[in-house]
Design a binder for this molecule. Structure first.
Ligand code: NDP
Length: 443
């Protein structure tokens, strides 16, 4: 019999100074251990949990590059190849000064379950660097990406490990990384996803995480014979995920009242429109300048959106951006659904409050899986040398999000009828990986 406290002690001892990794493991094994003890003693005997928390491989490397003043700069690069039981490692690259091994291991760990939930044959990984892209020139970004890939290339491949973007890594960076990979290997292959549409990318990939999040939220409301028309939504972040989440929410008839970034929250009491979003996209990181044009909006400096009354909250910025106090305020203000576009944006204490209040809480590993799902579809298109239409990719994305929702219900429906999406996603994502690990022997 597995014991939760003993197991968490074991993980903490083996991974000192990795609070985010421990947080992600705790959130998952709290659901898995009772399930394994009740239904799968064979997993305990095979040490599936001990194996699944140990990355198959962690690579760290030096990234040196010259800035525009010809000064030598030194950063650290990483790739965490967490689990390849059901397919090649797959997961984004993050460029941010906050990157460290704890954060990348938590992201890689979450990715294993998320990728499994998509139903596609992809394992889990994550990587990146402590490089800060903010304020860097285009040439500096290019030189950094080239230097990063000059080491990373030997560890990845279309059938080994297929990185994609994440915070600080968008289509520009993927372009520079891909160009360097191709130059070194002399091989045009689907080694990265999120590529440009003219050179092997998939339609809908930029939109996929945000759109997929809204497809998932729609499934939650469908279950209750409701829909998103007129629902008030608060969103954090103003990057890739937040932007397309807002766009799809508006298209579905909801009223989006906030977007945010690390300097504060943009609150438009009348709600954003597609036209307002298009204007916001021209402002880059200076989202506070939005209020110069639209007088219905105010910029709340250094505030998050969570104190504002809403029906649905969509944290789409970063990890641990929504704490216990925020959760209590959301619940007190009548919020009925929290769905995560970001990875692990809610602290474990916040999650406990959502579950206790029995509001619909959709964890990132289920609700934001649309991005990696379309990355998986990009890999399929590359493998057969095709490019599918917008409609075909969007239809597949909708179906995948719908199926993830079904998996969550299958494993997360409680006797009282409440759907514990967290439990559903944790168990639903785990079983397939565990079965594959068992079948492949002790490796
Ligand atoms: P982007 O780099 O495009 O955008 C990140 C946004 O979050 C920016 O607006 C940034 O503001 C804001 N942000 C970052 N840190 C903070 C902070 N501490 N407080 C407030 N705002 C902050 O990243 P993505 O949109 O791609 O990723 C956002 C989240 O979604 C991440 O957790 C990522 O792992 C997750 N995710 C992304 C996927 C994708 O396909 N891109 C797929 C699945 C999950 P600022 O510019 O001021 O830093």
């Amino acid at each position: 019999m597995l014991n939760l406290k003993d197991f968490l002690g074991y993980v903490a001892d083996r991974n000192p100074n990795e609070p985010e990794f421990l947080q992600a493991v705790t959130e998952v094994v709290e659901d898995l251990i009772p399930h394994i003890n009740k239904f799968h003693p064979d997993y305990a005997q095979q040490k599936i949990l001990e194996r699944i928390v140990e990355p198959e491989r962690v690579i760290t490397f030096r990234v040196t590059w010259l800035d525009d003043n010809n000064t030598v700069q030194v950063n650290r690069g990483y790739r965490v190849q967490m689990n390849s039981a059901i397919g090649p490692y797959k997961g984004g690259l993050r460029f941010s000064p906050t990157v460290n091994i704890s954060i990348l291991k938590f992201l890689a760990f979450e990715q294993v379950f998320k990728n499994s939930l998509t139903g596609l044959p992809i394992g889990g990984g994550k990587g990146g660097s402590d490089f800060d892209p903010k304020g860097k020139s285009d040439f500096e970004i290019m030189r950094f990406c080239q230097s990063f890939m000059t080491e990373l290339y030997r560890h990845i491949g279309a059938e080994t490990d297929v990185p994609a973007g994440d915070i600080g890594v968008g289509s520009r960076e993927i372009g520079y990384l891909f160009g360097q990979y191709k130059r070194i290997q002399n091989n045009f292959t689907g080694v990265l996803t999120g590529k440009g549409i003219q050179w092997g990318g998939s339609y809908i990939r930029p939109e996929a995480t945000g759109y997929g999040l809204l497809y998932f939220v729609s499934s939650i409301f469908d279950c209750n014979n409701d829909n998103l028309a007129g629902k008030v939504i608060t969103i954090s972040g103003a990057g890739n995920v937040a932007y397309y989440a807002a766009e799809k929410a508006i298209i579905l008839g909801a009223k989006v009242i906030t977007l945010s970034n690390s300097s504060g929250t943009l609150y438009d009491i009348e709600g954003f429109t597609l036209e307002k979003l298009a204007h916001l996209a021209t402002l880059g990181r200076d989202i506070d300048r939005f209020v110069d044009k639209y007088k219905s909006a105010v910029f709340l400096k250094q505030q998050t959106p969570w104190h504002l009354p809403c029906d649905i909250a969509l944290p789409c910025a970063t990890q641990n951006e929504l704490n216990e106090n925020d959760a209590q305020q959301l619940i007190d203000n009548g919020c009925i659904c929290v769905a995560e576009g970001a990875n692990m944006p809610s602290t474990n204490e916040a999650i406990k409050l959502f579950l206790k209040a029995k509001i619909a809480y959709a964890p990132g590993k289920a609700a934001n899986a649309g991005g990696v799902a379309v990355s998986g579809l990009e890999m399929s298109q590359n493998a057969i040398g095709q490019q599918w239409s917008i409609d075909k990719v969007d239809t597949r994305l909708k179906a995948i999000m719908h199926n993830i929702h079904k998996s969550c219900i299958r494993y997360g429906k409680e006797e009282c009828g409440y759907i514990n999406y967290l439990k559903g996603a944790n168990i639903g994502g785990f079983i397939k990986v565990a079965e594959a690990m068992k079948a492949q022997g002790v490796v």
